[in-house]
Design a protein. Structure first.
Length: 167
């Protein structure tokens, strides 16, 4: 099998699919000062058990690059007016989630830890949904330790960075 593939020039994987050492695959970065850069994204939320109406929700997320403190808001529309309401932002190229890695990871945490708990609950009430989302945002920022922050919460990281002199 190897000889045949080698004869046809298919003996090696393309460079993009070859094994890369862990050290060269990922380079974690963060800004040194809180508020210096935000990552912003929008996540479509699957219907949360609504029986009569199929209400759509869009979660807007802004996350500080240094401290990972997040701001979450849920909207029923995903349009320019809503985005401006949430925050003005600089767009990145479409379909490049690697440029928005922190917010993409936080969306996965939302799916795994928050939205799974809401399965089966009817949240047709916008005010109730916004209240639950606010409770989750507070838990994420003030109580939930983060592996990427060495076990600190985003708020603890903010206090640490605010106390340290700028270098």
């Amino acid at each position: 099998m190897w000889r045949i593939l080698h004869k046809l020039g298919l003996g090696r994987l393309p460079a993009s699919q070859r094994y890369k050492r862990t050290q060269t695959r990922w380079k974690r970065y963060e800004k040194q000062r809180p508020g210096h850069q935000l990552q912003v994204d929008v996540k479509f939320i699957e219907p949360l058990g609504q029986k009569c109406k199929r209400k759509r929700w869009y979660q807007y997320t802004a996350i500080d690059d240094c401290t990972r403190i997040r701001v979450l808001r849920a909207y029923e529309r995903n349009d320019q007016k809503t985005a401006i309401q949430f925050i003005d932002h600089v767009k990145i190229r479409p379909r490049t989630p690697r440029l928005n890695g922190k917010v993409e990871r936080s969306h996965r945490i939302d799916s795994d830890e928050f939205y799974k708990l809401l399965k089966g609950e009817v949240l047709d009430d916008t005010r109730l949904f916004a209240e639950r989302l606010q409770q989750w945002e507070d838990h994420y920022n003030y109580d939930r330790p983060h592996g990427a922050l060495g076990g600190q919460t985003p708020y603890e990281r903010l206090k640490q960075k605010a106390a340290a002199p700028l270098s």
